[in-house]
Design a protein around this ligand. Sequence first.
Ligand code: PMP
Length: 426
Amino acid sequence: MTIDYRKTDKAHVWHPLFQHQRLEETPLAVFESAHGTTLVDAEGREYLDAYSALWNVNVGYGRQEIADAVYAQIQKLPYYPHSQINVPATVLAEQLAACLPGDLNHVYFCNSGSEANETAIKIARQYGRQTYPGENRYKIISRYRGYHGFTYGALSATGQARRRKAFEPLVPGFLHAHPPYCYRCPLGLDVSSCSIACADEIERIIQSEGPETVIGVIAEPIIGGGGVIVPPDEYLPKLRQICDDYGLLLILDEVITGFGRTGKMFACEHWDVQPDLITLAKGLTSGYLPLGACVASTAVFNAFLGESDENKEFSQVCTYGGHPVACAAGIANLEILQKERLWENSEKVGAHLLSKLETLRNLTIVGDVRGKGLMIAVEFVQADGTHLETATTNRIVGQLREKSIIVGKSDMLLTNRKISFSSHHR
Ligand code: PMP
């Protein structure tokens, strides 16, 4: 059975981030079913899914409530565009507004994290034109190592050369600052005395570009695919302040960090920061169906109100945005999260896991262990402090799979040349 799937897959499926020529060496798993945090392959072998699929099955596999809600909605109304009211989208939007911080009250639905960020970028640019009519504000600042999606706008905001280089040139008007990556500070500083210089770098970029050309800053509260980078406590409040000082929108990409992953319902709550736009996907349905959302504050939404002849409406159409079946899955998913208070579980289990992983620090190959809630990374290094080679990372991931544990990996550097590392890095 498995052999047949592998053969058919080899002939016809083009997998992402995968060198097909090496398929024989690194055969892909055929996962056929799952329950809780356990994946089952076609041979009946069980694995702990420590990666939560792609950081998204927040409520776990096999939730009957979601299956029932989806089935009922397909029978009732499988689809209608959200140019009109569909009940599941409306109910879910109200519930999201209730659990999101502050006045993030206006939900634009789409299908994925990339689309959610694409939407946020476009809202920001249109907001800029409508709010500052005499200026030309369109530039968006993001961070190196950040990931925001595969579509051209979201990819342009992404700060990972490995994801970008094959597709350049990208969209104009995106600038990158260094992230708060304290383990290997890109500015060569130490967090105990740096005064969060990486946030100042963002302000310096704004000043150098001319504030009247910049409209927003987009950031993951905790960088995910770029290496689980938890910022120092002062960082996000400082970004908020800079955005306020220059009249910019703060866009927080909570595609990974949302819906309980980090120990709060949304990661921005750790630092009590409310963005102007927040982007959501993944845990929004726990991956049971594709759904994304960009949620705007009242002030941003109000900038799109006007007399009919002013043509201020947001002019993006998305056929499957607010898909009633996906939204029904989202409602059932949110109910589980809230009933079981799963963010508390993330905090508790995450703290336990982190404390156990901390014991690995005395291995030469382990450079750092960090994370928040159930978003945790172990950073491996070579003896001289440089990054591990991709082949070695792949071997570690492969050997963990041999031990029935599925984990994710992040290796994005194109060069291993040592520049300068902060003092506590070995
Ligand atoms: N933002 C972040 C922070 C992500 O991690 C991802 C996907 N891993 C995306 C956006 C893009 O989401 P999608 O793959 O659903 O388009």
